[in-house]
Design a protein around this ligand. Structure first.
Ligand code: SAH
Ligand code: SF4
Length: 356
């Protein structure tokens, strides 16, 4: 059940969605309330999907009445919602308390529902084929604003799916906003909350090497995706400028270490730009890099971004590149682009609309 309402969070009050259960219990303790009350509230909000305290029947009336002074349960409002023509992909724009807008996307495949969330408004890293990169960084998101994207999309889909995945592949570089990202993951992971398994959460990074090492030490089997896109430093320096700071060799070493510590294969994301990184020798080098660690390659055809001149390879060219990889790489998948017509596909989140 989804009760009421969405609106901007009142200033000065912490948002519920940024509180771990322990932090909520601490706030309740200040009011003389026992910690199991936090467990009950988590269950109402994350399991029964109540968005106001009124219906939380097993809470004492005094707590329901005072709830609004402890934290804000309102979640950000939808500024817009767009559906792809097949109804499988939705792009949402949420308005945050300070008026900033953040985009997130839900994608349904035959197997599952995936929520693609943003970690920042814009991005400072300026990858040369990405719409978010063109915006520059407006600001980091707080943990509440990350969790609230999941809540908003779940509410939209009425929580009909008992299982869903989360990928940090929306706007921004999650490892450049490490603390709030991890806090959001802990809240989503809480067994008395949404209870989302770490294996269902994937963090995608363009290569913030020291933070990959930090993530490896969290002891959670989170999925890691590394946005590689090039197999020589010379080309990657141009496509993914953070490569000038952390080149391919240390990046692959960090990814290998992550794979070893987490017990998970690392996804190497490779956006194909026609005539730039889709030649035979690129495939050979990519296969060799992929063999260097427990990995799978995910090929994505470049999604057009207005104002940028890169060319999307044909479907045949993408298949031919994949075929070259099959005998030499541990695993290869081709990501079928979803949501291109509503500017919801990878790299297209940046304030674009169908009319743009
Ligand atoms: N900042 C993170 C996560 C967000 S981007 C990262 O860079 O990994 C999600 C994926 O889409 C990344 O692999 C990114 O490189 C890729 N991408 C960016 N722009 C794209 C575009 N125009 N077409 C296809 N993929 C793109
Ligand atoms: Fe930022 Fe990722 Fe886009 Fe690069 S690809 S500009 S890191 S969001």
């Amino acid at each position: 059940m989804v009760t009421s309402s969405e609106s901007a969070v009142p200033p000065g009050l912490p948002s519920f969605y940024g509180l771990t259960r322990a932090a909520l219990a601490a706030r309740l303790a200040e009011q003389g309330l026992p910690s199991y009350r936090a467990d009950q509230v988590f269950s109402w909000v994350y399991r029964k999907h109540h968005r106001t305290p009124e219906g939380m029947a097993n809470l004492p009336a005094v707590l329901r009445d005072r709830f609004g002074t402890l934290c804000a349960l309102e979640r950000p409002a939808f500024a817009s919602t767009q559906a792809s023509s097949d109804g499988q992909t939705h792009k949402f724009v949420l308005t945050l308390a300070d008026g900033a807008r953040v985009e997130c996307v839900s994608m349904r495949t035959e197997r599952r529902l995936t929520f693609c969330v943003s970690s920042q408004v814009g991005c400072a890293l300026g990858c040369t084929f990405c719409a978010t990169g063109l915006m520059g960084l407006q600001r980091n998101l707080g943990s509440a604003e990350i969790v609230a994207q999941v809540i908003a999309m779940g509410d939209f889909h009425a929580w009909k799916d008992d299982r869903f995945n989360i990928v940090f592949m929306g706007m921004g570089e999650p490892l450049a906003n490490y603390g709030p990202m991890m806090e959001a993951i802990r809240i989503l992971h809480d067994p008395l909350g949404l209870n989302l398994g770490a294996r269902r959460i994937t963090v995608s990074t363009s290569g913030v090497v020291p933070q990959i090492a930090r993530l490896a030490d969290e002891g959670l089997p989170l999925g890691l995706a590394v946005s590689l896109h090039a197999t020589t430093d010379e080309l990657r320096d141009r496509l993914v400028p953070i490569n000038r700071r952390w080149p391919i060799a240390p990046l692959i070493a960090a990814a290998r270490d992550y794979g070893r510590k987490s017990g998970r294969r690392v996804t190497l994301e490779y956006t194909l730009l026609a005539g730039v990184n889709d030649r035979d020798e690129d495939a050979l080098r990519l296969g060799a890099l992929a063999r260097d660690l427990p990995s799978k390659i995910n090929l994505i055809a470049y999604n057009p971004v207005p104002g940028l001149d890169w060319k999307r390879p044909t479907r045949e060219a993408v298949d031919a590149f994949a075929k070259r990889l099959w005998p030499i790489a541990p695993a290869v998948t081709v990501r079928h682009t979803m949501g291109g017509e509503i500017w919801a596909a990878c790299g297209q989140l940046g304030g674009l609309s169908p009319a743009a």
